[in-house]
Design a protein around this ligand. Structure first.
Ligand SMILES: [Zn+2]
Length: 232
């Protein structure tokens, strides 16, 4: 009898403890939720969505540098760094790819698949990451392309290009309008293509393959994206 009473008391104490723990964690969850909501509201970033589109992948290497480095890999590395930095800023990010893969069996279908993602998700801005190449080795410097018929795309290109110029004052390239590139033409949301540099220039090709330089580029592009979002 005495043993039973003891067991009952222990059970009651245990039930009380479980109740307190649940109430406590519920309180903690609410506090955390409120804090997240407040920081989101203060920055106005809680509903911001950016799509990052690392060009090429899988069988499609993109351009191949004079140093043998492939565009697809450089695109992905820079894009993953951009994704991380944007998330730290409280911005939602969707990637068209996070692996070394093509989105379809051929290049046309691959581009269509990327545009399908962009048109379905309706981001504030889509940023396609590529590397450039030219028949003259001396040409270098990052350049941003926008869709000629979109004022938002043009504005995004100009703030990102400006950020790139601040990081590298020697780069005097201007944002360039285009109305024939498939991604620019078919994406309904504002979209830009960032050509981060020239793989045909040996010095730049070497830098583009370097992790630290990729990080610097990612920070610069994110600075531009944040400025674009703030001005919306
Ligand atoms: Zn490319």
């Amino acid at each position: 009898m005495r043993k039973k009473a003891g067991t009952l008391a222990a059970l009651a104490a245990l039930a009380g403890l479980i109740f307190l723990c649940q109430a406590g964690s519920g309180f903690l969850r609410k506090e955390l939720g409120d804090a997240q909501e407040m920081s989101g509201k203060a920055s106005g970033r809680e509903n911001r969505l950016i799509i990052i589109d690392p060009g090429h992948g899988g069988l499609d290497a993109g351009k191949v540098g004079v140093n043998g480095k492939e565009e697809k890999e450089i695109n992905l590395n820079i894009s993953l760094k951009i994704q991380k930095l944007l998330k730290e800023q409280g911005v939602k990010v969707i990637m068209t790819r996070t692996e070394d893969e093509r989105l379809a069996d051929n290049q046309v279908e691959d581009l269509k698949a990327r545009v399908t993602v962009m048109n379905k998700e309706k981001p504030d801005l889509a940023v396609s990451i590529h590397q450039n190449s030219y028949h003259e080795e001396s040409v270098s410097g990052a350049q941003v392309f926008y869709y000629t018929d979109s004022g938002q795309s043009e504005r995004a290109a100009s703030v990102i290009q400006e950020a790139l110029r601040e990081t590298d004052p020697e780069n005097t390239k201007k944002p360039k309008g285009n109305n024939t590139y498939y991604i620019l033409k078919k994406t309904e949301a504002p979209v830009v293509i960032v050509e981060c540099g020239f793989l045909s220039n040996y010095e730049e090709a070497e830098k583009l393959a370097d992790g630290e330089y990729q990080q610097e580029l990612a920070e610069t592009v994110v600075k531009g994206i944040m400025e674009y979002l703030e001005g919306e």
